[in-house]
Design a protein around this ligand. Structure first.
Ligand SMILES: [Zn+2]
Length: 115
């Protein structure tokens, strides 16, 4: 019966391993999904580019790509590259969505009509 015992032990460990692998994959997928918005920057090439950019002076574009802008309508912080830009009387405003931009536009129009 030692043989059967070993098989059961093996099956038990197989179950544990497959279960933990499935769990790990779930955790990994969750972590990857959580890191996705900020993880668009490549750690290796990004830092090298920043170091080079600091000297050449074009670091501004690199910083702008990662800069967070604040939506004045809902107060949400959005990455500038993902935000909806709007140039209003020479001022550049960013929004999280076109809905917020429209809300902002209708609000400022009302203010302009009142003033
Ligand atoms: Zn918004």
């Amino acid at each position: 019966m030692d043989f059967l015992g070993r098989i059961f032990k093996f099956l038990f460990w197989l179950l544990i391993v497959s279960w933990s692998v499935a769990l790990l994959r779930r955790i990994l997928a969750w972590m990857l999904r959580g890191a996705m918005p900020a993880g668009t920057e490549q750690a290796g090439t990004g830092s090298a580019g920043d170091a080079a950019g600091l000297k050449s002076g074009d670091t501004e574009s690199g910083v702008a790509a990662r800069r967070l802008v604040r939506d004045p309508v809902c107060g949400m912080h959005v990455a500038e590259v993902l935000a909806v830009p709007l140039r209003k009387s020479g001022e550049l405003v960013h929004f999280c969505s076109t809905a917020c931009r429209d809300k902002y536009l209708s609000k400022t129009e009302r203010v302009a009509a009142n003033g």
